[in-house]
Design a protein around this ligand. Structure first.
Ligand SMILES: Cc1cc2nc3c(=O)[nH]c(=O)nc-3n(C[C@H](O)[C@H](O)[C@H](O)COP(=O)(O)OP(=O)(O)OC[C@H]3O[C@@H](n4cnc5c(N)ncnc54)[C@H](O)[C@@H]3O)c2cc1C
Length: 316
């Protein structure tokens, strides 16, 4: 069996969950075993719909409390032992990253984190992962007959989605959490950065927060999330939730547009796995151009409005 942690946010699934389920299902197929998604707590989404992503069964831990790495890790490890699982797949979201070591510890299994691709072998498990803050790639293998895989969101993407439904079984868990959610405030109307397929990001070259309307207009045309460099959030031009890089959020969207960002190594560490990188910078010597697929040497205040206008015309 391959178990997949099917994470929910406010009871609903996000793309990274579907991606993890599909990844686990592909592994299960190669191993000739079944793919089983595990959902914790109340869920408003249809759990059976995880079948469309390849899960044959869904185990619904109906009495699970709010997310806690130790409680969830203990519960997943108990299921993995009970069902003699070969693999546990966890998407490397903020919660998933903290959960992975606890599952591995409680299940006494090796954990390979930062995984970017499907395994190239299952005996032993061999898989490619990002290393050195995603500045390098490493081929890692796990000894033994069990492992936990931490899959980077957006790394393998979503393939064909089927129409099958999964059998849902309600299960009780003894692993109770010790904390309670008292109040939850959710930023609405924004595309969460780790989920975003497209990201428009800007740095100190934008001169001040009053100019971010240019960035937001471009992001809106592209249906993209907005991000920024560290100094921009440090000086309060943008919220810290937009800071990407080594010390911020690490992302790997299909398209990353970097505007007025120099391309320091600490910034690149969080964005260099983006599939296509476009750099707009007035300095032709800016280091970011070395990491770019496409570059525009020019003043952001001229280039960005023209790009937004061209996209608007294209969409019209
Ligand atoms: C331990 C450590 C961790 C760090 N972690 C991070 C991190 O996670 N993320 C991060 O981003 N940084 C991080 N940094 C900071 C990093 O080293 C850089 O200082 C930072 O990324 C620079 O931000 P910037 O590119 O916005 O600003 P700058 O370096 O000031 O670059 C501004 C750029 O804008 C260009 N520009 C200026 N005017 C225009 C214009 N009109 N049109 C177009 N382009 C223009 C300039 O040519 C320049 O390239 C970290 C540093 C340290 C020491």
């Amino acid at each position: 069996m391959v178990l997949i942690f099917a994470e929910t946010w406010n009871g609903t699934f996000k793309k990274s969950t579907f991606e993890a389920v599909q990844y686990g299902a592909q592994c299960a197929k190669s191993l000739g075993t079944e793919a089983v998604a595990v959902v914790f707590g109340a869920a408003s989404d249809d759990l059976a719909a995880l079948g469309a992503y390849g899960a044959q069964r869904v185990l619904h831990l109906t009495n699970a409390s709010a997310f806690e790495p130790i409680a969830y890790g203990t519960a997943l490890a108990a299921l993995a032992s009970q069902h003699r699982a070969r693999l546990v797949v966890v998407s490397a979201t903020a919660n998933g990253k903290s959960l992975t070591p606890f599952v591995a510890g409680a299940w006494d299994a090796p954990a390979i984190t930062n995984v970017l691709a499907l395994p190239t072998s299952f005996a032993p498990l061999a898989v490619r992962r990002g290393a050195f803050s995603s500045k390098g790639l490493e081929d890692a293998s796990a000894a033994g007959d069990r492992a936990v895989v931490g899959l980077v969101p957006n790394s393998v993407g979503l393939g064909t989605v089927g129409t099958q439904t999964a059998a849902v079984e309600a299960v009780e868990t003894a692993a109770a959490g010790k904390s309670t959610s008292v109040e939850l405030q959710v930023a609405s109307g924004k595309i969460p950065l780790p989920e975003a397929e497209r990201v428009v990001s800007a740095g100190r070259g934008m001169k001040g927060p009053e100019n971010w309307n240019l960035i937001e207009a471009l992001a809106q045309e592209l249906n993209a999330g907005t991000a920024c460099s560290k100094p921009v959030s440090d000086i309060g031009w943008r919220p810290h939730s937009e800071h990407v890089g080594q010390t911020g959020i690490q992302i790997n969207p299909q398209l990353y547009i970097a505007i007025g960002i120099s391309g320091a190594i600490q910034h690149l560490a969080g964005v260099s796995s983006s599939k296509t990188i476009v750099v707009i910078n007035s300095d032709a010597e800016a280091p970011f151009f070395k990491a770019a697929d496409y570059g525009v040497v020019g003043d952001a205040f001229e280039v960005v409005p023209k790009l937004t206008e061209a996209l608007r015309a294209f969409h019209a």
